[in-house]
Write a protein that binds this ligand. Structure first.
Ligand SMILES: *Cc1c(COP(=O)(O)O)cnc(C)c1O
Length: 412
């Protein structure tokens, strides 16, 4: 038997989505006539936009012709996509980035999980709580978490509670941290950070030699143009932040797979001997050593997101999901529930009635309204007492869910 990485024993059992599946199956077996509506998933439901499909078809045809066939591409991504990102995502917001500061990949989950390879084994990692589980688990795998304590926390990590009191946007800590993961608009809470809140984080990171990992996977869902879409809209952020973006939620690429990580040239880290090193050079070394580039066909599809047709079509999809979010938000509020999020993100974060444990509310919602959501406790200890509903669904299902909620809460 080979010797293994002990840190994997420190992971909490990946029980959230399997446990939801188990409870829904058990319910459906007992109530075969009930139509269960699933509002638990964080996956898109609309098909790919026509401009993206056309671009990918044309790219496949190119690969099928000797004259236009391509093999391995540049590991960091093709210039046509890097330049589209630079122009439309950044220059348009007053941010100048070089091609060599953008790294195209096959997913934000991989980027978010792989990034921690650059940090010292004993680096202090801070996460907002509740949180996208990848950030916790990838650091636990690397030995920075330790076994979960009775409070549901890995003792090696610093948890920054996101609560109703701070409107789910934690302020910088007083303790030291080497790396902080931030996500805005947020999964799971739907909260969004203002310019002033991000400026406080950038000032803190620069004063504390810390790195911010800014996850902007939901940036396209921001409906208020005055809110920051990129951490680099904050002066000084290129010296203390990397930014993660993905085409998954923005253009329906959850199955196609394309994302990118921005690692500015101005980011420096420190070795244990005190030498300064470039994080951009380190990430370039990692990326080109362990990754051979996202597929040409997929990058052509991603570039089509930035064409006039692609912009209009993906905008219409996001507007559709955000109208779902509005209907859910208003329906929940009319049913007397305290609801957060859903204005700049496809997620609604609900305080469970009477502060009920989130799994109890899950069971009640399933039994009384045949609706499935995600218990907040699955995203971290501070998610207890909350519940996430997703706006990724058909309009008919959303309208039916709102009717069922109204009936369920009118009944008492
Ligand atoms: C969906 C999501 C991502 C992106 O995931 P992909 O691997 O690109 O599909 C990143 N961060 C958060 C918080 C997400 O919800």
């Amino acid at each position: 038997m080979t010797r293994v990485n002990d840190s994997y024993q420190h992971l909490k059992a990946g029980y959230l989505f399997p446990e939801i599946g188990r409870r829904v199956r058990a319910f459906s077996e007992q109530h075969p006539a009930a139509t269960v509506i699933r509002l638990g998933i964080g996956d898109v439901t609309e098909p790919l936009a026509p401009a993206i499909v056309a671009a990918m078809r044309a790219a496949v045809d190119e690969l099928g012709q000797r004259e236009t066939f391509r093999g391995y591409g540049p590991e960091q991504g093709y210039d046509f996509l890097l330049d589209a990102i630079r122009e439309h995502d950044y220059a348009a917001r007053g941010v100048t980035l070089g091609r060599d500061e953008i790294f195209v990949s096959d997913g934000g989950k991989c980027d978010g999980g792989n990034l921690q390879e650059l940090f010292a084994p004993d680096a202090k990692i801070a996460v907002t709580d509740p949180v996208y589980p990848v950030y916790v688990d990838s650091n636990v795998m690397a030995g920075r978490g330790g076994p979960v304590g009775p409070d549901g926390r890995h003792p090696g990590l610093l948890y920054l509670p996101a609560t109703a009191e701070n409107r789910f946007v934690p302020a910088p800590p007083t303790e030291h941290a080497d790396v902080v993961y931030l996500c805005s608009p947020n999964n799971p809470t739907g909260a969004v950070a203002t310019h002033a809140q991000l400026a406080a984080w950038v000032a803190w990171a620069r004063a504390n030699d810390a790195l911010l990992v800014f996850d902007a996977a939901y940036e396209a869902y921001l409906t208020d143009p005055s809110l920051p879409r990129s951490i680099y809209e904050i002066p000084g952020a290129t010296e203390c932040a990397v930014e993660l973006r993905s085409f998954s939620k923005r253009a329906g690429f959850t199955g196609v797979r394309c994302a990118f990580l921005v690692v500015p040239r101005g980011l420096v880290g420190r070795t244990s001997l005190g030498q300064q090193v470039s994080l951009n050079a380190m990430w370039a070394r990692r990326h080109t050593t362990k990754f051979n580039g996202a597929s040409y066909v997929v990058q052509r599809g991603a570039a089509a997101v930035y064409t006039p047709e692609g912009k209009a079509e993906t905008r219409a999809q996001i507007d559709f999901y955000m109208e779902n979010a509005r209907l859910l938000r208003e329906g929940l509020a009319a049913s007397g529930l305290a609801v957060f999020g859903g204005e700049h993100a496809p997620y609604l974060w609900i305080a469970t009635p009477g502060g009920a444990p989130s799994w109890d509310f899950f069971d009640r919602l399933l039994a009384e309204a045949h609706l499935v959501g995600t218990p907040g406790a699955g995203f971290g200890p501070s998610g207890e007492g909350y519940f996430r509903l997703s706006a990724f669904n058909s309009r008919a299902n959303v309208e039916e869910a709102v009717r069922r909620l109204a009936r369920m809460f009118a009944a008492r």
